[in-house]
Design a protein around this ligand. Structure first.
Ligand code: NAD
Length: 434
């Protein structure tokens, strides 16, 4: 019988990717492009239909490329877990959000693992990619998969490999982002390393699945904490009458010991606002008070309200109340050039302004519709009339499509949270920075 190692090396291994979102679909496509036969499993039937129709809703996956892979039967999506029995490797990429209490919601990972367990067979490699607290793979998934007769590390293999994809990044994508893997046994690590080496240039093995889980949380907590620090610097610079972006850029000229981070209207996306809370929760269970994580979360979460304060203050300076003012928001995606508005600070800012009686509209070339209280709100066209009519234009995302020099000439008042207007000195009087 051909071994799992040889199946992977010869690319004859069949791979299932569970959860075909921002992480799972690009990974499934990479495996399929490398010659593997891939089954994508997603509980959302609409998503399955879309993918089997060769259409991608993920920015970094090209529909024409997907169509070819589907046509060549290298990639097929399904809602049924039955296909797992015929697979050699399974990668789990389901969501790991927070509950309203900001505690980990691990239910998607548990559900996916229970489904995999029903179809688990000898010589399969299972890899969790969803970001989660250290211990998930060996404390939670391992017992679920070990309920049957199969023994982990002997009959089947289990590892964690954090996903580092950065949607919209033109330089780094799946194949050139180094990938960390940590198995629950040395053989699990070796097999996971071998699997990812087929599609990723550099794979870094670590000593355990817990270590690999912790690596991801260090990376994202590092970002969240540094963003919080620079957001705090922005508040201080604001009082000092100093431009925080000028400060950061000048500090970044130091060739060692400094790394630039930039302030903004608040954190967004599926990772940075969420992942540190997975670590915070685990640390609490272990009796460790994770003060940095807590404080960074507090500062970052205060930014949307700070932006609302900037808007109301700027309108007040023009003898206008927020109530009744026309406010245009530019960019509701959580960052530049992506079509993802999950956890975006725009939601809180818009809701808060509306509660105060403002008439708020938004434009975002990547988010045509956004739901507020289960009601769809459409992006307005960015016409000269709309720009000129608005009492205030607030820039929350600096999408490449925007011509800020043009926007500044037409708008009456601009709140710039991204330094998108740079140093357009001529219009200083109508631009308010963060
Ligand atoms: N989006 C990113 O930039 C990014 C980057 C790195 C890591 N991550 C992590 O990767 C994981 C996935 O994130 P995402 O952004 O791809 O999420 P997503 O919401 O874009 O996609 C998840 C997919 O999983 C499907 N799904 C949910 N439960 C399922 C189940 N039980 N079985 C099968 N399919 C199921 C959903 O229908 C959805 O299509 C999360 O843990 C996230 O923190 C995300």
């Amino acid at each position: 019988m051909i071994s799992l190692k040889d199946k992977i090396k010869s690319r004859r291994a069949k791979i299932a990717v569970i959860g075909l979102g921002y992480v799972g679909l690009p990974l499934a496509v990479e495996f399929a492009k490398a010659g593997f036969t891939v089954a994508g499993i997603d509980v959302n039937p609409g998503k399955v239909k879309l993918i089997n129709g060769g259409r991608s809703d993920i920015l970094d996956v090209d529909s024409s490329e997907l169509r070819i892979l589907v046509r060549e039967r290298k990639l097929r999506a399904t809602s049924s877990y039955r296909v797992v029995a015929g697979m050699d490797a399974v990668s789990i990429c389901v969501p790991t959000p927070l509950r309203k209490t900001r505690e980990p919601d691990i239910s998607f990972v548990v559900n996916a693992s229970m489904e995999v367990a029903k179809h688990l067979r000898r010589n399969q490699l299972i890899v969790l990619e969803s970001t989660t607290y250290p211990g998930t793979t060996d404390e939670l998934i391992l017992p679920i998969l070990s309920k049957g007769r199969l023994k982990a590390g002997k009959d089947f293999y289990l590892a964690f490999s954090p996903e580092r994809v950065d949607p919209g990044n033109k330089t780094f994508h799946t194949e050139n982002i180094p990938k960390v893997v940590g198995g629950i046994t040395p053989k699990s690590t070796r097999l996971a390393k071998l699997l990812y080496e087929q599609v990723v240039d550099t794979v870094i093995p670590v000593s355990s699945s817990r270590t690999a889980e912790m690596v991801k949380l260090l990376e994202n907590t590092f970002r969240s904490t540094n963003i919080a620090l620079v957001n705090e610097m922005a508040l201080i610079c604001n009082r000092l009458g100093v431009d925080v972006w000028e400060v950061v850029d000048a500090a970044a000229t130091k060739p060692f010991g400094f790394m630039p981070f930039y302030p903004g209207p608040g954190l967004g996306g599926a990772c940075i606002p969420i992942d540190p809370h997975y670590l915070l929760w685990k640390a609490k269970l272990l009796g460790v008070e994770a003060k940095f994580i807590e404080l960074a979360g507090e500062i970052n979460r205060s930014m949307p309200e700070y932006v609302v304060g900037k808007i109301t203050g700027a309108l007040n300076g023009r003898r206008k109340s927020v109530k009744g003012s026309l406010i245009l928001i530019l960019g509701v995606a959580y960052k530049k050039d992506v079509n993802d508005s999950r956890e975006s600070p725009a939601r809180e800012i818009i809701t808060s302004l509306r509660t105060m009686g403002a008439k708020v509209s938004y434009n975002d070339p990547h988010i045509p519709v956004m739901e507020f209280d289960a009601k769809p709100v459409k992006s307005v066209a960015l016409t000269d009339k709309i720009l000129r009519q608005a009492d205030c234009v607030a820039i929350l995302t600096d999408h490449s499509e925007y011509n800020f020099a043009d926007i500044v000439t037409k708008a009456k008042l601009i709140i710039d949270t991204r330094n998108a207007t740079g140093s357009l000195k001529k219009y200083r009087n109508k631009i308010v920075k963060l």
